[in-house]
Each structure stands twice: as C-alpha cells, then as structure tokens.
Design a protein around this ligand. Structure first.
Ligand code: PRP
Length: 181
C-alpha cells in the first residue's frame, strides 16, 4: 500500500509493509522461544498498545495480556530517571513467563525501572521486547531481548508513537518535520 504524503512528515523511516514484516520475524522468534509456555505480554500505556497488538496477532502460541501505565518526571536537562507506576497490572505475574513490551526505549530509565519492579514479583522469567531502540539516547545500560528496529535520534511518529497525542494510529513510522515540534 502506498504511504500517504502528509504535510507534517519529513520522511518515512519504515513503511507499513516493512513494519509488518519485521514484527512477523520477531514474533516468530518469540513463538519459538516460548513454545512450551503460556506467555504474558505486559504493555506500557499508551504507546506500546499498537505494537503489542500487532505482535500478539503474529504469535502462534497462547498468550495473556496485561497493561500498566507510568508517570515519568523531567527536569531541565530532560528525563530525571524518576519513574512511578500510575496504573498497575490487573493480575499477579508470579511464576509466569513475562515479556515487557515497549514501543520505544530511549534513556532506558522506564524499561529498567519496570523490569526491576516486575522481577520483584516472582515471575518465572522476564524479557524486554521493544519495537524501536533509539540507542543514541541511552543513559542506563539495558539488555534488550527482542527489538524490531534501531532508529536515529529524530522525532518519530506512528505505530503508537505520538506528537501531542496525535499520529499514534499511522501504520508506518515517520520522522516529524523539525518545524512541527
Ligand atoms: C515512551 C515509551 C517508554 C518511554 C521510554 O513513553 O513508551 O515508556 O517513553 O523512554 P525512556 O527510555 O527514556 O524511559 P511516553 O512517555 O512517550 O508515553 P506514551 O507511551 O503514553 O506516549
């Protein structure tokens, strides 16, 4: 399908087809790795919902899903690294195989905090899967178990990523024009 030309877009990073194909590849890896277990995907509201749904549809194993929401606090130099759970999971994860699903990992503060927090609840295993890795922004070292794409240090929208809560529903990934943010 042709990607529409939209006035706020500088360039398309990954087309709908490229995103779908890559998610399918990662889903195949996950399905193989967890073929003997019932996996729980934990999504972080709101951005990861779109990726989590696309990923879940490509998995060939039984899964459960749950969601949490976080608040993160910024200071004058950007992210302060202070993360708080604003909405917790609905159910316990003790004894379960869990994958934390993120749309993007930047500094790594959010994922590190959540992985530590979830690990403290006694899951059988915990892994991290992110659609996007903006490695150049990383402050805390982090092991990413599953990643679809590494992206440059640009403002990216689509597939769950927003600008002022807009554009999450674009089914491709694009760089927002600098004069639009
Ligand atoms: C994004 C993303 C991660 C976090 C990553 O969420 O979904 O949770 O930022 O950043 P970090 O690696 O620097 O901690 P965002 O705060 O944009 O909220 P949203 O998902 O509701 O858009």
């Amino acid at each position: 399908m042709k990607t529409p030309a939209l006035p706020m877009i500088e360039r398309v990073l990954f087309t709908e087809e490229q995103v779908r194909d890559r998610i399918r590849e990662v889903a195949a890896e996950i399905s193989e790795h967890y073929k003997d277990s019932t996996l729980k995907l934990v999504g972080v509201l709101k951005g990861s919902v779109f990726f989590l749904t696309a990923l879940a549809r490509e998995l060939t194993i039984p899964i459960k899903v749950d969601f949490l929401a976080i608040s993160s606090f910024s200071n004058h130099s950007g992210s302060s690294g202070v993360v708080r759970i604003a909405k917790d999971l609905d159910e316990a994860i003790e004894g379960e195989d869990v994958i934390l699903v993120e749309d993007i990992v930047d500094t790594g503060f959010t994922a590190r905090y959540l992985l530590q927090n979830l690990a403290g609840r006694g899951p059988n295993s915990i892994a991290l899967c992110t659609m996007l890795d903006r490695k150049s922004k990383r402050i805390v070292p982090l092991r990413i178990d599953y990643r679809c794409f590494e992206i440059p240090d640009r403002f990216v929208i689509g597939c769950g990523l927003d600008y002022q809560q807009l554009y999450r529903n674009l089914n491709f990934l694009a760089v927002l024009k600098p004069d639009r943010h």
